[in-house]
Design a protein around this ligand. Sequence first.
Ligand code: C2O
Ligand code: CU
Ligand code: CU
Length: 510
Amino acid sequence: MKISRREAMRIATLSMATGAVIPDLACTQARPEPRLLTSQAKLPPRFSVPLPVPTVLKPVNASADTDHYEMSVRPASLRILPGLETEIWGYEGQFPGPTIEGRTGRRVSLRLRNQLPVPLVHHLHGGHTPPESDGYPTDLLTPAAGFTNSHMHDPRANTAAMEREYVYPNLQRPATLWYHDHRMDFTGAQVWRGMVGLYILRDDREDRLPLPRDGREIPLVICDRSFASDGSFLYPSLDKSLRSPGIESSYMGGVLGDAIMVNGAPWPKLEVSNTCYRFRILNASNARRYELALEPAAGSGHAFIQIGSDGGLLEAPQNRRTIRIAPAERVDLIVDFSRYAVGSTVILTNREGSGSAASVMQFQVTRSEKDPCTVPAKLSEPPLLDVRAATVTRDFDFRYQRSSRVWTINGREFDPARIDAYPKLGSTEIWRLRSDFNHPVHLHLVQFRVLSHGGPPEASDAGWKDTLDLEPGVAAEILVRFTDYRGRYVFHCHNLEHEDMMMMGNFEVV
Ligand code: C2O
Ligand code: CU
Ligand code: CU
């Protein structure tokens, strides 16, 4: 029997609503909020395990202009909680996956092998990537030839079996990018199982800046997870084998975990010297937003010096007391531990979270080191984009549709066959975004500038962005230029449960 994806979703939602337990959503028809999924396993004490740092992937070979990498995506059993094993689905069997380090202007070719029982889609988030390598949600990499997804139909899908090459030209500013699964309808479940990793682009100019490096430049991939009593990841998929789509309808507002993980470890600790550190922070959570702060605060000063965002270094450093970070956003920060006495402990807290989600990790200032911290007053010269160059203005309204009980853009559900915008190659546009709720809106292919955000742009909107967190009832305008590649791309809410529940649209650069 062939049923449409839309029907499959509806059946999934209905079967929940007519089950023995009637979800509150079905009664009230209210807009579903993100919802906490409580772990059944005993969670470990905070700040007891050292912070792991993802390994850096080595190229299998390099030619004059290209570094060649290979990875397989496979199930693996990891010890995340004491005494228990957790099955993850990870790049190279790791969670998070290995970090790919690229150079601006030098191509990366990635050969990916799918050793999972189900299809995957590989996307480089923030990448300025030609469409055939971008990971369109139906461009499946299936585990075997002949694997079909009966609920999904897209004549333009470009699928491959077992192995596939992705090419990243890296013709873009150095930045903290990341890769993750993007399989249509299953992104939330597959990312939750572990399919995320960092992709860091550097260039000579940035290398010459006197910023902390090596052991004092540390990525922090923050995400929340919940665990079943046997140690496995809990996630409310209707079909745990991830062959048919849908999650329990009471979680369609977003799944929140109660264990806060950094680089795959729950509430880790890191020993630091009393010097400056550079932290590249990614919020890889499905639906959780954080407001990061340091406790205790160091004297009267600011906690963080922000030097970069999604699209690379800011023009100038900015002092920040707290940092708000929505799913998929990145911030590049300097923390100056010389303001703390050796022997002190500092907690990275989350002011958006309560209970177990109120803290993220701990720093222990254990040793004294000489390092006069100098953050250059000028970090980069981001290319200017003139608002007067904009020739087209488009409106997109992100909201929950009560009648169909899914998340929509301009009242419509995601459909690979419908293109919502045809920007011209080389043109600049203004996109006006509105929302009913918290929606971190992300565009593929581009980095954009925030023109307004419920008023003038906020501190967190500085620099080049690929994801903008829209608050309930707030409108924002972004300035975006479509360059280099023609083709079909998606834009969507990066709350992954909203994304899987239809909050995605298409633009085609023509
Ligand atoms: Cu993080 Cu469609 O992407
Ligand atoms: Cu993306
Ligand atoms: Cu959303």
